[in-house]
Design a binder for this molecule. Sequence first.
Ligand code: HEM
Ligand code: HEM
Length: 464
Amino acid sequence: MPETPTPPASLITRIRARLGPKEFPSDDRGRIRMVVDSLVLHLHPSKVPVTTLKWTYTWGLGGLSAVLLTMLIFTGIILLNNYTPAVPQAYLDILELRSNVWFGELIRNIHHWSANLLIVVAVLHLIRVFATGAYRHPRELNWLIGIAMLLLIIGANFTGYLLPWDQLAFWAITVGTSIVSYVPLIGESLTRLILGGPEVGARTLLNFYSLHIAILPLGIFTLMMYHFWRVRKDGGLTLPKSITPTPEEEKPERVTTLPHLVRKELVFAVAWIAAVLIFSMLVPAPLEGIANPDLSPNPAKAPWYFMGLQELLLHFHPLVGAIVIPGMAVFGLFLLPFVDVRLDNVGVYFRSGRGRSLSLLAVGLGIFLTPAWVLLDEFILDWVAWLPGWDPLLSNGLIPLALIALGLFLLDEWITRSLNANPEEQILFFVTFLFTAFIILTMIGIFFRGPGMALFWPWDMPVH
Ligand code: HEM
Ligand code: HEM
């Protein structure tokens, strides 16, 4: 007689057998709690140092990036229900979304504002990681992953920008993608590949759509999971440790993750979701008339996060402004953990009191020198750049770049000779200075460039 196969044991029976009768909860409430606990403990260790629970250490910026990303994925999937990546249907769909779809406008607003906020928050998180020196060993890889995520987030924002297919989208993407054409040798082909043709059109919309709804979010999400895992693998968050550690720094007090950390995370996440929701109810995402390739707005600006780059392009030969300087900046960020290798004062904001003063000085100089240089270039140096017979790559590219390098060298001489800055403080100073300069350039581009991209005071702009 054939043997009747024994049915496979249920999941609960198998877990019960593994854990033994004592640990396995007997009621539903206890079992739910067990599942939630083990989910949480996949993300966090069971105990965390009290120091890392202070808001003023991480400001919750990594967690907030994750919250925003989750909101983007949820609202993005809802938006898909009412969106066709075709010309002119894309624009008509957005109009319909705003007027005929229940909560359509709100969902779009949430998607729009979370996306823009995500760039700001991810950059602030990068600044906090930089300021606490948390990119140093053993967290080099997580720093690199973070930069890769930031680039993908900017990519997701950029591709999303085109999808409403309005004037704003069309011209910002036209200006933004023109930057790619300055890549030496392959620039033209690369632009054609991205645009799917010689200019922004229906194929570009389709290309951007597939990048936007599948490839980029998948890449960001996968990297984020790995990023979280690495935080644990690298021994949790950095802990403040001075050169002569106190007993408390040597053996920090720890508390259980549940409820101490999780409760804080939940309150923080709910508060931010509420804030984004309220903001999205009050402030609609911009939408202009349907894209018109024959009617260029004046000024035609790239999306706000590329305005620093567009500003550089106004001062330098495109090869230098669009490729050499940004390339060096990203490469420098990648290199940071490998040039700054001393492990003292990891986890201490700006390393020490001296470090704080030097960073403050760097911010002050950045705020003062960047507009000064923009004005100098705009009104005095510009005519040198276009002297007849000069190769613009030399006069408007390499010579100003060499002048800036000379300025940085003199600044370095000053902080090392007069202020006795050591190599780590020099790195702190220059990264802070250059970062501030980039933010100021971005602000000049956003607020102080008017028709013809000429400098202007925002309050002089005619209201239309
Ligand atoms: C989607 C974007 C990102 C998410 C969701 C994310 C998430 C997180 C979270 C939750 C933490 C733990 C604690 C904290 O909040 O600081 C963390 C730590 C860290 N993140 Fe990110 N991050 C993102 C982007 C970045 C970027 C742009 C960088 C830098 C280039 C970066 C580098 C790091 C490093 C080095 C740590 C370890 C910090 C330490 O041990 O103190 N992350 N990240
Ligand atoms: C990192 C993640 C993401 C970012 C930064 C992002 C960013 C953006 C931005 C800035 C827009 C333009 C919004 C506007 O002004 O109208 C947009 C539109 C859109 N996104 Fe995303 N998005 C992300 C993820 C997703 C995902 C995962 C989906 C779908 C699965 C999605 C679907 C859409 C759709 C259908 C639109 C067009 C509708 C509209 O413009 O409102 N997005 N996205």
